[in-house]
Design a protein around this ligand. Structure first.
Ligand code: PLP
Length: 388
């Protein structure tokens, strides 16, 4: 009979008694939906607390990172015929939201060591149709924002940051998400904050982007609808301000998110400690792994500890068989993905760095819930793989 692995090293959601009590309080209150975004609610308090934490003037609590990106792009004015510059090594919804705005994703390759947008390639991708740049702070590490923002300013482009991996991470001491016209965060399971399901936040310094996003994620309801709601004569009183979505966040999950926010710094520190321990332990034996590179300007969230090896698939199977749950994020570059062929499909060889990474990267478990023994176990299994 096959032996059970010595350990099970995987992602485990953090859901403390305090978080469960907060969710229970909302359940008992009977108020789950936030139809009036300016009234006191768990969602509104979460927005205020997130703004205070990150140093952003405005926030909109939404139902996912995808919703935050979508409303952020729309509110920044991205529409049909526009082009948005982003990267091919990203989560599919980045391409989706650009396309759903009626715009075209224009891809630029990434740096081989940080997996982030190669800012040196951005300027030559700009055309008269370019409306915005969408940098993804990949795995939790900052894109080089100073030169990127300088390019955006020079060409009058909007910047919507994808901060889905990087809540609490910084560039030159300043929180990511606060550089561009808007920053989109994800709180889905296994992100830096995971509110117990799906969740997201859009932050912005621009009151017009805030107001538009607030309306877009709440059925397009604005002043005309809220004022109309108070009217005695209801016939035609409530008018929808703009065509919108239902991207509202559930009050239950916002209540959990408010508590998780208090732990964010501690969890980021713990993941950085796990990453440092990996680097120490993996430095003790010979292997062909390329370990994550952190730039001096970046305070990494270490949401993902991503290594590279030409023997990726073999190592992946070896680890999985010994109870270590690893991931490949992402194995299919956007330009080679079936759905995106009509929009930004390109032949193999077009983005060589991304294509090589898609064949060599492996995410080792580095979660805040893992301790030194877990990291030691994974490192030991890797040592056995290279010794065999
Ligand atoms: C880089 C990136 N952008 C956007 C998203 C979308 O976030 P959500 O799943 O909350 O919609 C994700 C992932 O989950 C992501 O990894």
């Amino acid at each position: 009979m096959a032996q059970a692995p010595a350990r099970d090293v995987r992602y485990k959601p953090v859901m403390t008694d305090e978080m469960i009590e907060a969710a229970t309080r909302v359940l008992r209150s009977g108020k789950y939906i936030r139809s009036f975004p300016l009234e006191d609610s768990e969602g509104k308090r979460f927005e205020e607390e997130f703004c205070a934490y990150i140093g952003a003037p405005h926030a909109v609590n939404v139902s996912s990172g995808t919703a935050a990106l979508h409303t952020g792009l729309l509110a920044a004015g991205v529409g049909p015929g526009d082009e948005v510059i982003t990267v091919p090594n990203t989560f599919s919804s980045v391409a989706d939201v650009i396309i759903l705005c009626g715009a075209k994703p224009v891809l630029v390759d990434v740096e081989p060591d940080t997996y982030n947008m190669n800012v040196g390639l951005v300027e030559r991708a700009i055309t008269p149709r370019t409306k915005a740049i969408l940098p993804v702070h990949m795995n939790g590490q900052a894109v080089d924002m100073d030169p990127l923002m300088a390019i955006a300013r020079r060409h009058g482009l909007k910047v919507v940051e994808d901060v889905c991996h990087a809540a609490g991470a910084k560039y030159k001491g300043r929180f990511l998400g606060t550089f561009g016209d808007a920053g989109a965060f994800s709180f889905v399971q296994n992100k830096c904050i995971s509110v117990g399901g799906e969740g997201g936040m859009l932050v912005t310094p621009d009151p017009r982007i805030w107001e538009s996003s607030m309306m877009l994620c709440n059925h397009g309801r604005g002043r005309r609808w809220f004022e109309g709601h108070k009217a005695y004569h209801m016939y035609r009183a409530q008018q929808i301000e703009t065509v919108g979505f239902n991207y509202r966040q559930n009050e239950l999950l916002s209540a959990i998110g408010r508590i998780q926010l208090r732990y964010l710094d501690e969890w980021n520190v713990r993941r950085r400690e796990n990453a440092a321990l990996y680097a120490r332990l993996l430095g003790r034996f010979k292997h062909d792994l390329t370990l994550p590179a952190t730039r001096p300007y970046a305070e990494h969230s270490m949401l993902r500890f991503v290594v590279q090896t030409p023997r990726r698939d073999e190592l992946r199977a070896y680890l999985e068989n010994r109870g270590v749950h690893v991931m490949v994020e992402y194995g299919t570059p956007i330009h080679l993905d079936h759905a995106y062929q009509p929009y930004c499909g390109a032949p193999e060889g077009t983005f060589p760095v991304t294509e090589r990474l898609a064949q060599t990267i492996l995410t080792l478990p580095c979660y805040q819930t893992l301790d030194a023994d877990d990291i030691g176990y994974v490192s030991e299994v890797i040592r056995q793989f290279y010794d065999a």
